[in-house]
Design a protein around this ligand. Structure first.
Ligand SMILES: [Fe+2]
Ligand SMILES: [Fe+2]
Length: 196
């Protein structure tokens, strides 16, 4: 089977896809909230420009997922225990610009990984693949500029060690959070499938 050659998911795949797309949508919306926090910390014109473009991308991504959910006959749902909320519960409120950038970087890395692995699946339908390809291109740029800005500030403040420690800590927490999210998605899906 060739990725993207399926016109429409079958009913069993559709349920899982709608659930996953609602989680994607929630992560995009909550990611936008994190960027609004960064707007208050990074005042230089280049960062303000990058943040505005980045914020526009994330809200557009949320819209692309919303539209795809509707095209497939689903409904956008408010997600209560999504990715960013779980990360926030484990990491706490970021205290400064380096914590905000490090958290954004780790979350962007997961978004990119998730979208790439979904696009590589053999059961992905054409319409969903188009959305995955559109958002993946943007996520590469997000990772790149946030990474550059984080290390630029670290160099200016002479605190490379703190940034490395922050990234290591956040990545370890993130792996646990993502494993929990995947397990809960599977449980939720099993519950949906067993419901009359
Ligand atoms: Fe995104
Ligand atoms: Fe992003």
């Amino acid at each position: 089977m060739t990725a993207g050659k399926i016109q429409r998911p079958n009913p069993e795949q559709l349920e899982a896809l709608l659930l996953v797309m609602n989680f994607y949508r929630d992560a995009e919306l909550q990611g936008a909230r994190l960027l609004l926090n960064l707007h208050r910390h990074l005042h230089d014109p280049v960062s303000q420009t990058n943040l505005s473009r980045h914020l526009a991308d994330e809200t557009r991504h949320a819209w692309l997922w919303t539209r795809r959910i509707s095209e497939l006959g689903g409904c956008p749902m408010a997600v209560t225990g999504g990715y960013q909320r779980r990360m926030g519960q484990r990491i706490g409120v970021p205290k400064d610009v380096m914590e905000l950038l490090a958290l954004t970087l780790v979350a962007e890395g997961r978004a990119l990984d998730r979208y790439k692995s979904h696009a590589a699946r053999s059961d992905v339908d054409e319409g969903t693949l188009k959305v995955l390809e559109a958002v993946t291109g943007d996520e590469h740029w997000h990772l790149s500029w946030v990474n550059e800005k984080l290390w630029q500030i670290a160099a200016e403040k002479g605190c490379d060690g703190r940034v490395r420690e922050l990234l290591d800590r956040y990545q370890a927490i993130e792996r646990e959070v993502y494993a929990g999210l995947e397990a809960d998605e599977a449980t939720l899906l099993a519950h949906l499938r067993s419901s009359p």
